[in-house]
Design a protein around this ligand. Structure first.
Ligand code: SER
Length: 321
């Protein structure tokens, strides 16, 4: 992994993964790409290119022109938006993945890293301590696209010699760039509400338990799986990773311990509640721990402390009390 291209680099994860990769591999060796121009300031300090992943020629040209050997493929339409906009989601999530894989083979890339999601599971999946290898059958467009990515990633790895790796990320909590139109976004938006107004109205019901992860652990998961010794891996594009699980009411209680006047109200959005109810509560990540040493650093309390400190500073506000 010497020269890396990142798709979807302007998104919530890309805007933090790109600087982390640049710190490790050299700024000039990490090319941030996206279909918005200009890309956010978090990634525009180094090399950038316009790439729409739905266009094979743009993916292929960028890989050739930038002479990369590795692609981190982050471009994706998240769960709630994908339900409302199936055709765009199909184009980005299915065709985009296919384009990256085919360009990967054509250009003899060393590796493609393509994150999957807890959305790759569905209502028939055992929801508590979900095993790595179990029934999936998601009932959302986004989830189906992630199963496609996992299976195609495994296929290209075993049949075509393209090393494709991926972890099933849960809801990612971060303070630099907000997520767009996912089901787990409440766990980020709640902090903006808490700091700005001392209150938040949640679109999921109070007892909806979902797996979550703080951004530094998500970056570590993506970089660690990419750097793992391939000879020790039995899985490829489908590793469970777990960090913490909580409900909106438990997260609100953790925030209230630090901002005593914080109030939460609930106005359930049926679309996102239905999606959340189809996802696991907590993943069993033994396989990732055994095959490449996965271990998260942040639990709920450590995450809440760090979010309030950093987001408070970013918003230029003392937390509301
Ligand atoms: N955070 C994503 C979503 O809510 C799950 O991978 O869509």
């Amino acid at each position: 992994m010497k020269r890396i291209l990142v798709t979807g680099a302007g998104g919530q994860i890309g805007s933090e993964l790109v600087p982390a990769l640049r710190a490790r591999y050299g700024s000039e060796n990490v090319i941030a790409t996206g279909h918005v121009s200009p890309l956010p300031e978090e990634v525009s300090a180094g090399p950038c290119a316009y790439v729409d992943v739905t266009k094979y020629s743009q993916v292929d040209d960028a890989i050739k022109e930038c002479r990369v050997d590795t692609v981190f493929h982050l471009a994706s339409v998240l769960s709630a938006l994908a339900e409302r906009n199936r055709r765009d989601a199909y184009d980005v999530n299915f065709n985009g993945m296919n384009n990256v894989l085919e360009a990967g083979v054509a250009n003899r890339l060393d590796m493609v890293v393509a994150p999957s999601s807890i959305a790759a599971f569905g209502p028939e999946t055992p929801s508590d301590n979900t095993p790595n290898d179990t029934v999936q059958k998601p009932n959302t467009v986004y989830g189906i696209s992630k199963v496609f990515s996992e299976l195609m990633g495994n296929y290209y790895s075993t049949k075509l010699g393209l090393d494709v790796r991926g972890v099933r990320l849960p809801g990612i909590i971060s303070w630099k760039v907000e997520p767009t139109a996912g089901t787990t976004d409440y766990a980020v938006a709640i902090f903006y509400g808490a700091i700005r107004e001392g209150r938040y109205t949640c679109f999921l019901s109070p007892e909806t338990r979902l797996p979550m992860m703080y951004m530094p652990d998500a970056i570590s998961a993506l970089m660690s799986v990419a750097e793992a010794d391939g000879s020790l891996l039995k899985h490829h594009a489908d590793f469970n990773v777990n960090a913490m699980s909580f409900t909106p009411s438990e997260l609100a209680a953790a925030i209230r311990e630090r901002i005593p006047g914080f109030e939460i109200a609930y106005q359930v959005d049926e679309l996102r509640q239905g999606i959340a109810d189809s996802w696991p509560d907590k993943l069993d990540d033994t396989v990732a721990r055994e095959e490449w040493g996965w271990a998260p650093r942040y639990d709920l309390d450590a995450m809440v402390d760090d979010m309030l400190e950093n987001l408070g500073r970013k918003l230029g506000a003392a937390p509301a009390v």
